[in-house]
Design a protein around this ligand. Sequence first.
Ligand SMILES: [Zn+2]
Length: 411
Amino acid sequence: MHHKRIQFLVVFLLCLILAGCGTNQPQAVLPQEPDLPQVEQPEPQPEPEQIVEPEITPEPIPEPEPEPEPISIRITAAGDNLLHNTVSFACALPEGGYDFHPVYENIKKIIEGSDIAFINQEVMLTGEASAYPNLAAPTENADALIDAGFNVINLATNHTLDKGVSGLETCLETVHARPFDAVLGAFRTEEESTQLCILEKQGIRFGFLSYTYGLNGYRLPSDKQWKIALIDETKIQNDLAAIRPECDYLIVSMHWGNEYQTTESSYQNELAQLLCDGGADLIIGTHPHVLQPMKWLEREDGHKTLCAYSLGNFVSNQHKRATMLGGILEVELLFEEDGSLKEIASAGVIPTVTHYKKGHYTIYQLTEYTDELAAEHGMQGYETPFNMTYLAELSNKILGENAITWEGEHD
Ligand SMILES: [Zn+2]
């Protein structure tokens, strides 16, 4: 009996122990439970991430996005307004006076609307119609230039002193009495000759310099050397240094080069590089009476200068057929609001033809000229063949792909 009690106790105790183990198992599961809430904790974390989504509301921020639109500037430049007395006679009115509007009526559409429209006034406007070699033309020509849209007029040419200082004075009075925005290369007073020529268009500051190689043998009085800007490398470098910091875009008019040569001279190349090194952005070349190439020059630091070596004659009564082909330089630029150049949108030369026949002078864009018009041209009495084939080949030879066409689609 006693042994059976002991056996029972042992079995009972074993059962207790086993039961205890059993209870331990669920205890071991419990510690896992606290892990579960940990998994729940990271869940609220993605919530704040969702709060980031509402930050996407800055999407409507595109309101400030409209970045300031670049400022678009259009520059045009024409070559020698070479008013032989025959051109003036053709513009004489029966009742007296002159009307030069017919000369520019076909190309007005190209010039007008430019922010800057440059013309090289080869011949001084003194009020008389004077023959070569001492050229002069009626003052009414300035009215036609204004009406065509020109606003920058250059007076530094080899003909500036054809009628002496008094003739130049009359011309200066004439052009300053008209609404030109800038008169280049010749001055009324010594003080005026030292002032920087800066023209502001749409907030962009355009600086201008202008020089001529000479005055056809005439000389300025010793006390009036300042009256016309002559090419002098030291003076040019000083002028460049003075004006460059004061403008956003620098334009230099150069009356230079060899007459009737359709390529630029080494001297033009040297001067152009000097201007490029001094910070010029655009060089407008005139004088050779024929077109010369348009090229890009580059400074060591990468600064680039566009140089139209010669724009040829805009109008004339010359008798060499190559002098009938001229060009209007057209440059379209985009500027940032701070005045820095953002982009050169386009640059090229629009070839033009001086058309003349008895008593009538006018200028056409080459692409609007025809063999029919050429057949009537006064040139038929001088140099032939003079036709579209000749003109197109000459334009292509000199300008190549820099020849552009005006299509009236510009802003
Ligand atoms: Zn000239």
